[in-house]
Every structure is written in C-alpha cells, then in structure tokens.
Design a protein around this ligand. Structure first.
Ligand code: SAM
Length: 384
C-alpha cells in the first residue's frame, strides 16, 4: 500500500479525492469507469499520470485528484463495516502507547481496520501487529484488505473472541489496544499478553463513561498503574478566500467624509433659514411703510393671494422650516468622532493590495465526542 511509485499503474489502489467530505478508493482497472455527479472518469485515463494529478471528467464539468494511499487517506476512504478510529485519536494513542518502529502491538477488535493500517505503518517490518476480530465476515474482509495492501507480513489477524478465549500470544506485547464493547472483560487476558521484562502500556477506547468506570476498576484490580483518561476533539481550520478587509485608514477616511457632508448640509439649512427670516422681516417692514394706498381693498386682496402662494412654495422648501433658529441647528451633535490620530487617517491604501485575501478560520463543524481513551501502565515484574 505504501508504494513510492511516481505514476499510477494498472492494478494500483488509488485514493480519489472528490471534495473534503467525499474521498473514495479504487483499484485502477482499465475497461472500468468511475462515475460521480460531475461525469465519468474511465480508469484508462488514470494510467500513467503522476500521483497528485488533477483529472477532468470526460464531460469537463468536474475534476478529481488522484492520490497515493496513506493510512490517513485510507481512514477517510475505507468502506465502513463498523465505527472507526480517526486521526486525532490514532495519533494520540500511538503517542501514549509509545508505538514505534519495531514495537509489538495487540489490538482487538479489528473492525474496519482503520487503526490497524496506521499502526502497521508505525511498527514497520521490524515490528508486528496482532489483530483480533470475533465477527467472521469482518475478520475475512479485513484479512483480504491487509493482504491486498501488502501488510500480511506485518499484521496477523485472528478470528477470535478475546473476552472469552484471550489472545493467541503471551508475554510478547509492548502495548495493547482494546476497542471493544466490554474491554474490562479482556483486561486479565491483556495482562497475560504484555511482556513482563519492561514497562508496558494499555489503552481502552469506550464511548460511555460507565464503560470507563468498569474498565478503570478492572485495571486497578489487575495491578495496572498510572490510570488516566482523555477525550480528544478535532478543531480543523479551513483556508478561505474573502474580500479584503478595510484598513483603519479607509474606515476613518469614510467617517470623516460623512462628517464633512453632514456639516455642509447643516450650513445650507442655516443659510436657507436665514434667507426666509430676512424675507419675512422685509415684507413686514414694507407693509408698515405703506399708507393706505388701496382704500377700496383691491390691492390688499391681491397681496394676500400672493403671500399665500409664497407660503405654499415654502411648504415645499427643503427641511427645517420650523423655528428657524440657527441655535437649534447649531446644537445638533456633530455626529462622528474619529478616534484615530491624523497619521492613521492619512494612511494610504497600498495600490497593490489584492481585493481578495486568503485567510484561515475554524471550520464550523467540529467533530464531537467519539470515545474516551483510558490509558494505564504495567510495571515490569520484580524477579526474586
Ligand atoms: C468499533 S469496532 C473497531 C474499529 C477499529 N478500531 C477501527 O479503527 O476500524 C469494534 C470491533 O470489535 C469487535 N469485537 C467486539 N467484541 C469482540 C471480542 N470479544 N473479541 C474480538 N472482537 C470483538 C466487533 O465485531 C467490531 O468489529
């Protein structure tokens, strides 16, 4: 599986990366085709391309990336036969169990083989993984996959109920990993399988706290030490392209412009109000100066009509006709106070700044609880 070939060949297992949430595997078989909602990808199109290539569909409406398999990608692409372990837990367990090249690890149950693939790579050809599965069909399928992925020399798979019958190996393991519904039933058998000449470790993976409590009791009873429990949560980041954010300088410039416009409007209103007031006073003065030039009232009637018409016009005059005090207008708050100093305000936007910027942000979807990880150590036996 861990081929280092640069180009895809017929018969290769490849990972097809459609989207971040849709990753599949296929064995390249010329004559067959892979279909997605964006079109068809004949396997023959994949033969000879470098791993990592972006491949268009035959319709040209879609594309996929063809990747070389790794345990991490296999975990995303594998056919689920059970719940599986994901990278955050696998990495944490690998670290806490000190799984390293040359280590011997016992695992039960095999399930879909997600954990097995990762630790098989870690222990490598100088180490070994003994994996146990009591579901016959699952055991058969996992054995097939291990063989197809070239792991047969590193992984030995046994169809067995470890709670009832224990492990096939004794006094051999550097660490034991239990992903079972009742791990406490396999603690005694695990102790028998762990080597006694050095410090060894165990991890039990359980979704419920009640299972953790029973496991902790069993570990204590069996003489394990340093019992501790963790829960790992994954908080992925995603890279996005977003419109460039305005700089402080741009925002301050905008606020200043708004303030200037508001002040201009206020001055115009004051001027209009003054003009109306002057006109009214002038009319009053003119009325007082006239000495009955119209004894029969015709001219007066005409003037009244004109004044009414003028008032009607004023009704359409812009804004602030009531009161017409300059003071009232001048008391209005001057709306915006720009806190930034002049240097900041004057800061020019770089001409070359791109309109789109690349940012990293937390993905909205944070993978929640999978299981609790209970770790413990077994000290070497004291020889007398
Ligand atoms: C959750 S799955 C393991 C998933 C696996 N860790 C992975 O990453 O793909 C649990 C498996 O344990 C198996 N199992 C349950 N009890 C068992 C037992 N007593 N002995 C062996 N296997 C057992 C189940 O059949 C199941 O396939």
């Amino acid at each position: 599986m861990w081929s280092t070939a640069r180009h895809v060949a017929p018969g290769d297992l490849v990972i097809v990366w459609l989207t971040r949430d849709l990753v599949q595997s296929l064995v390249v078989t010329p004559g067959k085709a892979f279909n997605s909602r964006y079109g068809e990808y004949p396997h023959s199109d994949l033969v000879g391309i470098p791993y990592g290539s972006k491949v268009p569909s035959r319709t040209g409406r879609g594309f996929v990336h063809i990747l070389r398999p790794t345990p991490e990608l296999w975990t995303l692409a594998l056919p689920h036969r059970t719940q599986i372990l994901y990278l955050a837990d696998i990495a944490f367990i690998t670290s806490w169990l000190y799984i390293r090249p040359g280590a011997v690890v016992l695992e039960a149950g095999t399930g879909s083989g997600s954990f097995t693939h990762s630790i098989a790579r870690t222990v490598g050809p100088t180490g070994h993984v003994y994996s146990y599965e009591f579901h016959e069909a699952r055991a058969g399928k996992a054995a097939e996959e291990f063989a197809r992925h070239g792991l047969s020399d590193i992984v030995t798979l046994a169809h067995r109920n470890v709670c009832k019958s224990g492990f096939t190996e004794a006094d051999i393991a550097d660490s034991v990993f239990l992903d079972l519904p009742a791990p406490w039933e396999a603690i005694g058998h695990s102790k028998a399988a762990l080597r006694k000449d050095r410090l060894t470790r165990i991890c039990c993976f359980s979704p419920c706290i009640e299972q953790v409590l029973r496991t902790v009791s069993a570990l204590n009873d069996a003489g394990f030490t340093d019992i501790t429990m963790y829960e790992t949560l994954l908080r992925p980041h995603e890279v996005i392209q977003a419109p460039r954010l305005a700089t402080v300088g741009t925002v301050a410039e905008k606020l200043k412009r708004q303030e200037r416009n508001r002040e201009d409007k206020r001055q115009r209103q004051i001027a209009a109000s003054r003009a109306r007031r002057d006109a009214t006073e002038k009319r009053k003065r003119e009325d007082q100066d006239v000495v009955d030039p119209d004894p029969d009232g015709h001219e007066l009637e005409l003037k009244k009509m004109k004044t009414t018409a003028q008032c009607d016009d004023e009704a359409y005059a812009p804004d602030v006709t009531m009161g017409t005090d300059e003071e009232v207008l001048e008391d209005q708050p001057s709306a915006v106070t720009v806190a930034a100093d002049d240097t900041t305000l004057a800061m020019p936007l770089p001409e070359s700044a791109p309109e789109i910027q690349v940012l990293s942000r937390h993905s909205k979807e944070v993978r929640g609880h999978t299981s609790f990880l209970t770790f413990a150590c077994l000290l070497p036996a004291v020889r007398s």
